[in-house]
Design a protein around this ligand. Structure first.
Ligand SMILES: [Zn+2]
Length: 126
């Protein structure tokens, strides 16, 4: 039994034939079906590629999405570079920052002018 929308469509029909009567099927084929078959005769609907769980950009763990976490990590790395520059010019005399270092932070030797330039560049990003 064809669907009501079939009558007005000009798309090709399902290529299957009825076992009993030998008549062709009157349903429309599934769009993704290569063999031109309807949903009743083996047309497979491909599942859409939806990112799930931690892969999804809006997935939240501890109140942050992965994009937000990445940005925060980048900002804290920039702050840490600033702190390193300040330590190098003896701006601070207290203890160093606590905790795990953020992603993307590599300790640089501030007496090396190239490393100092890299650190300044990292703080000026964005
Ligand atoms: Zn069919």
């Amino acid at each position: 039994m064809p669907l009501p929308s079939f009558k007005y469509s000009k798309r090709p029909l399902c290529g299957a034939k009825c076992k009993r009567t030998g008549l062709p099927c009157k349903n429309m084929p599934v769009r993704s079906s290569k063999a031109n078959r309807c949903r009743l005769h083996g047309g497979i609907v491909k599942p859409r590629k939806i990112l799930r769980g931690a892969d999804h950009p809006q997935y939240r763990n501890k109140g942050e999405s992965s994009i937000e976490r990445e940005e925060r990590s980048k900002r804290s790395a920039a702050l840490l570079y600033l702190r390193d520059i300040g330590d190098h010019v003896k701006l601070f005399n207290g203890t160093k920052t606590r905790g795990r270092k953020p992603k993307g932070y590599v300790r640089l030797d501030m007496s090396n002018p190239e490393h100092l330039f890299i650190a300044i560049q990292k703080t000026l990003e964005d």
